[in-house]
Design a protein around this ligand. Structure first.
Ligand code: PLP
Length: 370
């Protein structure tokens, strides 16, 4: 299996070096938190192998929050949502298997099935349709042999959300051919409107993936999870996890449990911060004639587009933005799109950095006009 290096990883801010970035608008998370915020004394922690499923109290809290009758054993802790996605693809898919994947998407959702050699039908989200999920187009892509339908909600990089009705419709389409549905819910705890239920609570064929990286701002502990109400499938996921690393880090999981125990307070504060940052971006977009966007409904990113009529040299724009302003965004090619699009992360920067970064984008757009 040949796994290519993804541009989104090779060009990520942590690989570039944070000190090179004056205005970091690349991130798809809230600001990273420090260990000191949790007031945790880990000195007594025994550094043994942990529960292979993941720490039981953490799994119980996740199941409890998801509701719908899920139990702790329906949750498998993984090394971030990325490992969850890898485990799911490895478990469910073989070379030649057919799946339907939404595009653009977080790269792993596409690259792993591609590396496995799957037969992929892409459901391309269209700016001019508000990046909405076109259920008719999805139905047309599904075959009697389809193994998996893979969606992300709220969506990265557009921030577009799904309704419970959409989710149920996707599950119904999958049911017609006996396929499973993977719902990458990594941004679920950052929805502006109440999110639909955790997909795994709706049907045993739905598999939910989430993590503490984005809404909780602690990607450094690499803690995510898979939820499924299908016990046989859960066991297969555990087998894959055991092949990769037996269990997770007991240190990571201790921190994760402390963070998750604060979920209500933390997510409420987050929501206020994200709404304030979003308002700044929305005002700026309203006053920026060279850009257009589909207004996001969740997450902490938007995916604006440089207007065709703006006469901007797109390569020059990105070069000037990076080299002259020290401002970075996620260019479209991270998502297999033209660099006319870029992902703008508004949840991570401080208010001052956000304002400075948006001004840098406006300045670079003008400097790059022919
Ligand atoms: C949609 C989506 N899924 C999964 C991930 C992986 O996140 P992590 O492994 O840090 O949980 C990301 C990261 O950007 C993402 O955007």
């Amino acid at each position: 299996m040949r796994i290519p290096r993804m541009a989104i990883e090779a060009e990520s801010p942590e690989q570039l070096g944070y000190d090179r970035l004056r205005f970091n608008l690349t991130e798809s998370s809230v600001r990273d938190r420090s260990l000191a915020e949790f007031d945790l004394d880990l000195k007594a922690l025994t550094l043994c192998y942990g529960d292979h499923l993941g720490r039981a109290d953490l799994r119980a809290m996740i199941a409890d929050r998801a509701g719908g009758g899920l139990a702790a054993d329906d949750v498998l802790i993984t090394a971030g949502a990325s490992a969850a996605l890898f485990i799911i693809a490895l478990t469910l898919l073989e070379a030649g298997d057919h799946l339907v994947v939404v595009r653009p998407n977080y790269a792993t959702n596409i690259e792993t099935p591609r590396a496995i050699g799957c037969d992929i039908s892409y459901l391309d989200l269209d700016f001019d349709r508000g990046f909405s999920l076109d259920l008719e187009a999805m139905a047309a892509l599904i075959r009697p042999t389809t193994r998996l339908i893979s969606i992300t909600a709220p969506h990265n990089p557009t921030g577009v959300a799904l309704t419970e009705g959409d989710l149920r419709a996707v599950i119904a389409l999958a049911a017609q051919v006996g396929a499973r549905v993977l719902v990458d819910e990594t941004y679920r705890d950052m929805s502006f409107a109440p999110p639909p239920p955790v997909a795994a609570t709706l049907d045993p064929r739905a598999i939910s993936v989430c993590s503490l990286s984005k809404a909780f701002g602690i990607p450094g502990i690499r803690t995510g999870w898979i939820v499924t109400a299908d016990a046989d499938l859960a066991l297969r996921f555990l087998c894959a996890k055991e092949q990769i690393g037996i269990c997770g880090s007991v240190v990571d999981e201790a921190i994760a449990a402390a963070a998750y125990a604060q979920a209500d307070r933390w997510l409420t504060e987050n929501d206020a911060r994200l709404r304030a940052a979003f308002a700044v971006v929305a005002d700026w977009m309203a006053a920026e004639p060279l850009l257009e966007w589909v207004e996001p409904q969740g997450g902490c990113v938007a995916f604006p587009r440089i207007r065709d009529s703006a006469g901007v040299d797109v390569a020059a724009f990105h070069r000037i933005l990076n080299d002259e302003h020290g401002c970075y965004v996620g260019p479209g090619h991270w998502f297999e799109q033209s660099d006319r699009y870029f992902r703008l992360g508004y949840g991570w920067p401080t208010p001052q950095e956000l304002v400075g970064g948006l001004a840098a984008i406006s300045a670079a757009l003008r400097a790059a006009r022919a």
